[in-house]
Design a binder for this molecule. Sequence first.
Ligand code: SAM
Length: 261
Amino acid sequence: MNHRPRKRFGQNFLHDQQVIDRIIASIAPQPTDLLLEIGPGQAALTEPLMASAAELHVLEIDRDLVLQLEKKFAQTSNVTIHACDVLQADFSMISDHRPFRLVGNLPYNISTPLIFHLLRWHNLIRDMHFMLQKEVVDRMASGPGSKAYGRLSVMTQFRYSVTPLFEVRGESFIPAPRVCSSVVRLEPLQTPPFEVGSVNNLERVVMAAFSQRRKTLRNSLRNLFSAEQILTAGIDAGQRAEQLSLSQFAALARALPYDAD
Ligand code: SAM
């Protein structure tokens, strides 16, 4: 295919067959699967996914690539192409309310907002396999006390078990991204690890705490709690956000008045 990669769409095309094979082996697609691929691009992953005979829906924003994909898969009954922005996509419509598996070598320029967008479909998601900047995978997987620990870690780990699978060198892509990449598997937890009352409240606490991560909780959570309320939730208000475990964030979320999700 003849296509000039577009930076604004985060286009770094995979061309390393070993990496492609390794990703497909990690996904292990089955003919009975409903697979959704984000950003098929020039079909590096789409073709082997299609070969599994699974029902495959791909979401691509670049109209030129959509035209190429429509040509390529014109005779293929198990592939449906959706010309859309994944950040606006309604995954329950695309999947027709059936549980699905999500895969993609994600556009790095929107990877964090995309992960947050996807959290809302967790009821339908069976699992996710993504190529991301290594730094984003580190943030997803890290725990208290680490520099990488933040809002993305807490909100992802509240919903998913996070398994970093392997790292991928820049030369495996055209053009080569400046950052290291990593493939991650996310599997929904059957039940949340901690009771939070409302996920909106967890989101509010985590957002406030990490937006001023250098400050103590007494200061960063000033608009939500008094120091006494933080203490009543069993937490030392002199700590900083990065020192708090998931269960401590959950305790703070429970201490807020109920906010329907
Ligand atoms: N899957 C291909 C591969 O592995 O070579 C392409 C991966 S490339 C990193 C990201 C792809 O996502 C591109 O095809 C790009 O056009 C597409 N993309 C970027 N932003 C998007 C968006 N908001 N919605 C849907 N697709 C998007």
